[in-house]
Design a protein around this ligand. Structure first.
Ligand code: AMP
Length: 763
């Protein structure tokens, strides 16, 4: 027997319809790619998206056609997104951080018919236009004045919107119709397309709206820093209009200062991004003594959230962090670490241990852990196994059947992650089955780099692993085993890679080793290499472990992403993310070290000396019988950055207030002298009053200010020295300088004739 409820296809056009009807006046604010802040509303977005649909139909786009977007998070991108999906075409979000060849491969594989692009990405399209034969139109998300003249056939978004007819009949198709397409840059082989349906997106939206999941509300102001081009901005471009939250779209500027500015000027209460972005924001806040006044909650995912970030937000800024896990294949939200009733009853320190896990599955996601024989493993918090997922918004098969059958007999998808699940159902990723490196939230394929490096005539074997980096989470480290009798330098290998891989994939360092261990199946044993290199620290990471003074002096970092050269058009005046190559940290001279001989460790087993810091005693040769290297630099021992001091927000506020008062006390003597001088100058004060104020009282206040300054330094120490040291020291320095000036003046006065001592006041 069938139910008798209405047949109401779950299509995403209904989301923006709902937003227009019930939250039409709610604002959507964008930092435009052209620069200015642009304000619109859900009602306007709806109206313009309908025009986009009509424009697409007029350009020959049919239901099922793939229409790509190569764009930052802006309102125009949302208009294109809903305009495409509303008519049953497929919105294919292109990741601009991909190497041009990958981009071409993806466009061709998807057979994109049209590309909406921001001005920022025109150069890469211009250069590769001929390699994208299926693309019939390129629409630039800009106004007519900025449309480049030297891009043949480029259409202007604003002109199309203006000229298109207003109303368009959206929907009316099956809810299983494809709505979106996003390619994963997987470990092996070509990128694979995940083809979302209207139904899967709709259900994902409903699930993520849950208060224990993303939990955004109508009253929230949401800043999705996570890009729409990577895993659908974690669904926020659907869930924000669905609940009627104000949306703040950050455009191309994702550095700490720009994100902070938007947080404060737009009153953002909720935001989501990868750890790298939050690290940049924290660094910026600490360096500038910036304030967070409205932000209440941030969701962090894409890679594991470092403890220091959770503590930094919680203790210094009173912001709650929710850790989430997911992947392109899960739409993307898979789990989130929101507490159950038992965890909620724990003290904050105990809760933190759960916040650092990737969390539990919401309704709609089923998880299981299996061993290599596909046998289910217990949820005891210690047994780890391959993580598998199933659900209505989990991939069933890749676009065009790429990769063949991807579900097991029970319909579960193997995530490629290795995890544990504890008794609370909290999942924790312990390792990646894949060996790709995650840098600034984006994948770098280790295999691709090592395959090219191994092609160097002097190389016998090459391996690439990800090592911790303070800004980008991970950066690639290239290990090379040279042919017998060869010697080389890191530069030689980095030069060899240049032009063959995306610049931002360039390894941060090259280490020459005696041995690259192979596993049982003849594959490089990355696990063993990582174990051996666990105490290796990248030059950049070593620098970041240095005191906060150095950190504060570092210029604000920007998102680590390859960018094409600025185009020769008006848009060249836009903010360009510097070329990744310029941002690779200076490298030390060649580092030559040796692994223990292969015979010392069996494949898959930790070597006997696995816990000895690998670079502790750097060898002076690059291979058996080799001459000493020209230059051998001892690697710094692993020195993890001290975790941020835990400070209660109350204590931080007290310190802030105290130091403000102390600063006032510190400048009071100078102010008193100034007032006394002015008073005499303006005949408002006689000499006796001058002497009393400037020469009697002011020195006493100066003495007090030294005492308050010393106490201030103590307060700064207790309330997070990293954050308050500068102010504490300044207060003390001003007080000491004022007092010093009095002592000097008094001594000088004692030596001078008595009349001269009072001269300053005489006119
Ligand atoms: P992507 O499809 O590019 O979003 O990458 C998905 C992969 O990122 C997952 O399979 C995990 O390996 C990794 N990942 C995502 N979120 C987390 C997280 N919170 N902690 C650790 N790894 C994560």
């Amino acid at each position: 027997m069938q139910g008798l409820m209405q047949d109401w296809p779950l299509t995403v056009d209904k989301i923006i319809d709902h937003a227009k009807t019930w939250h039409g006046a709610r604002e959507v604010v964008s930092r435009s790619v052209e620069g200015p802040i642009v304000r619109t509303t859900y009602a306007q977005i709806h109206a313009r998206a309908q025009r986009v649909s009509n424009a697409l139909l007029a350009l020959g786009v049919q239901p099922g056609d793939r229409v790509a977007t190569l764009a930052w998070n802006t309102a125009r991108h949302i208009e294109a997104w809903y305009g495409i999906m509303g008519i049953g075409a497929v919105c294919h979000t292109l990741n601009p951080r991909l190497f041009a060849e990958q981009l071409c491969y993806i466009v061709n594989h998807a057979e994109d018919k049209l590309i909406f692009t921001d001005l920022t990405f025109l150069p890469v399209l211009l250069e590769n236009r001929a390699k994208m034969p299926t693309v019939q139109h390129i629409v630039v998300l800009t106004d007519p004045d900025r449309l480049p003249k030297d891009f043949p056939g480029a259409l202007c978004f604003e002109t199309l919107v203006e000229q298109a007819s207003p109303d368009c009949a959206w929907g009316g198709f099956d809810e299983n119709t494809a709505a979106g397409l996003c390619y994963t840059s997987g470990t092996t082989g070509n990128p694979k397309g995940v083809l979302y349906s209207h139904r899967s997106n709709f259900l994902h939206t409903l699930v993520t709206m849950g208060s224990d999941v993303l939990g955004i509300k109508a009253a929230d102001t949401v800043l999705p820093v996570v890009p729409m081009f990577h895993a659908n901005a974690w669904g926020l471009a659907f869930s924000a209009p669905a609940v009627g939250a104000k949306l703040v779209m950050p455009g191309a500027k994702l550095d700490g200062a720009s994100v902070h500015e938007l947080l404060e000027t737009e009153g953002v209460t909720y935001s989501a991004a990868v750890p790298t972005v939050w690290q940049m924001l924290l660094t910026h806040l600490r360096a500038t003594n910036g304030k967070i006044t409205t932000l209440k909650r941030v969701v962090i995912g894409g890679s594991a959230v470092p403890e220091a970030i959770v503590r930094g937000f919680r203790d210094e800024y009173g912001v709650d962090v929710t850790h989430a896990w997911g992947m392109t294949e899960t739409s993307p939200l898979g789990t989130q670490a929101t507490p159950n009733h038992l965890i909620a009853a724990m003290d904050p320190e105990q809760q933190l241990q759960f916040k650092l896990k990737q969390g539990r599955a919401p309704l709609g996601i089923q998880l299981k852990l299996v061993d290599d024989d596909d046998k289910e493993l217990p949820h005891d918090g210690t047994t780890f196994g391959r993580l598998k997922v199933s659900g209505p918004f989990v991939v069933g098969e890749y676009f065009k059947g790429e990769g063949g059958k991807i579900l097991d007999a029970e319909g579960y998808f193997d995530t490629g992650d290795v995890a544990t699940v504890d008794e609370h159902g909290f999942m924790q990723i312990t390792d990646r089955a894949k060996d790709v490196i995650k840098s600034g939230g984006e994948w770098i394929s280790s295999i691709e780099i090592e395959n090219i490096a191994a092609g160097h005539p002097k190389a016998e074997l090459a391996a690439v692993i990800g090592v911790a980096h303070p800004k980008w989470d991970e950066r690639p480290l290239l290990l090379v085993k040279l042919n017998a009798g060869e010697s080389s330098t890191p530069k030689e290998f980095l030069d060899f890679l240049e032009g063959k891989i995306a610049k931002w994939w360039t390894p941060d360092d090259v280490v020459f080793v005696d041995d690259i261990p192979l596993g049982a199946t003849g594959k490089i044993d990355k696990k063993l290499i990582r174990d051996r290199m666990k105490d290796y620290v990248l030059p950049a990471a070593a620098a970041a472990a240095a005191p906060a003074v150095a950190l504060a002096a570092t210029p604000e970092p920007k998102i680590y992403a390859p960018q094409p050269e600025p185009p020769n058009l008006e848009a060249a005046s836009l903010e360009w993310t510097p070329n990744a190559a310029q941002r690779i940290e200076p490298k030390p001279e060649p580092v030559v070290a040796a692994f223990p001989a292969a015979s010392e460790a069996k494949a898959g087993e930790a070597p006997a000396d696995a816990d000895v810091p690998f670079p502790a005693e750097p060898a002076t040769h690059a291979g058996p019988g080799l001459p000493p290297a020209e230059s051998v630099i001892a690697q710094p021992m692993f020195a993890p950055a001290a975790p941020a001091k835990r400070v209660s927000p109350g204590r931080a506020r007290f310190a802030d207030l105290y130091l403000k008062l102390a600063a006032i006390v510190a400048i009071t003597p100078a102010a008193m002298v100034a007032v006394a001088f002015l008073g005499v100058q303006l005949n408002l004060m006689d000499r006796a009053a001058f002497v009393r104020l400037a020469l009697d009282l002011a020195p006493q206040v100066a003495l007090i200010s030294v005492a308050t300054g010393v106490v201030g330094l103590g307060v700064a120490l207790l309330a997070g020295f990293n954050r308050f040291w500068l102010r504490g020291l300044m207060v003390l320095a001003i007080s000491a300088a004022t007092l010093g000036a009095y002592v000097v003046a008094r001594n000088a006065g004692a030596q001078a004739p008595p009349a001269a001592a009072a001269q300053p006041a005489s006119r």
